[in-house]
Each structure stands twice: as C-alpha cells, then as structure tokens.
Ligand binder design. Structure first.
Ligand code: ADE
Length: 233
C-alpha cells in the first residue's frame, strides 16, 4: 500500500523548513487549518502546524485521516524533561503516550485511564521508532536519543510539585501537550504513530526561561531528522 505520511509540527521554523524542502507542493485549507500536500524526499506527505493542546492535536490528525487518507502520523516538537538523565537538547522517541490530566477515579478508573477505552497507554510504531533512531544518528550524531513513555496534558509544567506528581503516577521520560492525543487519534483510526520530542526545558521553575532559547535549535534538529526519515520509509 502506498504510504501517505502526515507530519504535524509544533514549531513555525520547523514546519517552514519542511515546507521549503517539499516538491509538488499544494496548499489546501479546510476550515481554519492549512495543510501542505506534496513529496518530501520522494515520499507522499501532508504537513500541518496544529497549534497547542490535545484538542488541536487530535482534530488535526483526524482531518488528515479523513481528507488526505494518511497511513502514518509523525509528530515533532519540544518537551520538558522528567528524568535527570535527559538534558536540554536530547531527543525522546515515545514508545507509548498517556494523558496525565485524565481523571475518572470517582468511577473506579486508574488515574490517566480514558473511561471505557480498551488501552491505558496509546501505542506508537516500533518500525517508525527504528527509522527515526537511525535518521537521528545520521543527521544529529551528537544528540542523545532516549526511548520511553511521553505524558501529555493541557498544561505547561513549570513547577517541581506538578512535575513530581506526573513522575510519581506515570513514570514518563518527558511531558508535552499534544503527543498522547495524536497517538489516541492514530489508535482509533488504526494508523501508525511516531512522537519525536526535543527537550527544551526541565519542566521546573526554570522552564519558562529555557524554553524560548532552545526552541530554534530543536526545530532544526527535528526538521533534519524527519527529512532523513522520509528517505527510508
Ligand atoms: N513543552 C515543552 N516544555 C513543556 C513543559 N514544561 N510542559 C508542557 N509542555 C512542554
């Protein structure tokens, strides 16, 4: 089956770089969302910037499935580290994703569990993780890559107490605001998902200061990696 890869970036610079590199490019607008359809390194892709948060993330994936028939979704962006071994500049590839702000404990559900959902953690594609890891080694050889759980919620985490609470309940490597919603949408639609996150801050009291400094570098790393991945997909 011909693959059509949906790429959702969080950062303007990163999306701009990938759009620049696209061939046979078409700009298509549905509602208030702009999509770019074309080829990246010979692979069929649809690219969009989704905005912040879980709803923006999930609805953009769903639009890509419905309007463009994507077979895979790749999400790139930044995240706050929740593990002392993972530093600003390192990259996390999600092996699964959970919501840290989903809570229906009153009905007997475990914290994070979406009621009546048949999974607790949303899976990602092992095959895409392997391709991403290889691509990163090639284009960003100095960047360390970690694999593990990503936690998402509609909250920028910038204090130790909230950070520690997320670590205690979910043991993720990093925290961001979209990944689990995209993995959820991918799961429901039976398509493959990959979440790539470059660490921009430590999700603590210094997070607001570190975030803008690192964002540009993260965008360059992520764009380079996604471009390289398209040669091997
Ligand atoms: N994205 C980047 N840093 C983050 C943080 N500290 N919390 C949530 N999302 C983030």
């Amino acid at each position: 089956m011909n693959k059509i890869i949906g790429i959702i970036g969080a950062m303007d610079l990163e999306v701009e770089k990938l759009i620049e590199a696209m061939e046979q490019k078409e700009e298509i607008t549905f509602g208030k969302r702009k999509f770019y359809k074309g080829k990246l390194e010979g692979t069929d892709v649809v690219l969009a910037r989704c905005g912040v948060g879980k709803v923006n993330a999930a609805l953009t994936v769903q639009m890509m499935v419905d309007k463009f028939g994507i077979t895979d979704i790749i999400n790139t962006g930044v995240a706050g580290s929740l593990n002392e071994k993972i530093d600003i500049g390192d990259i996390v590839l999600a092996t699964n994703a959970v919501y840290h702000d989903m809570e229906a404990i009153a009905f007997g559900y475990e914290r994070g569990q979406v009621p009546q959902m048949d999974v607790f953690e949303f899976p990602t594609s092992k095959e895409l993780i392997d391709i991403a890891e290889e691509a990163c080694k090639k284009v960003n050889p100095d960047v360390k890559v970690f694999k593990g759980r990503v936690a998402s919620g509609d909250q920028f985490i910038a204090d130790k107490e909230t950070k520690n609470c997320i670590v205690k309940y979910f043991s993720p490597l990093c925290v961001e605001m979209e990944g689990a919603a995209m993995a959820h949408a991918a799961y429901v639609n039976n398509i493959n998902c990959l979440i790539i996150r470059a660490i921009s801050d430590k999700a603590d009291d210094s997070a607001e200061m570190d975030y803008p400094t690192f964002e540009k570098k993260a965008a360059v790393h992520c764009a380079g990696m996604v471009r390289e991945m398209m040669k091997h997909i």
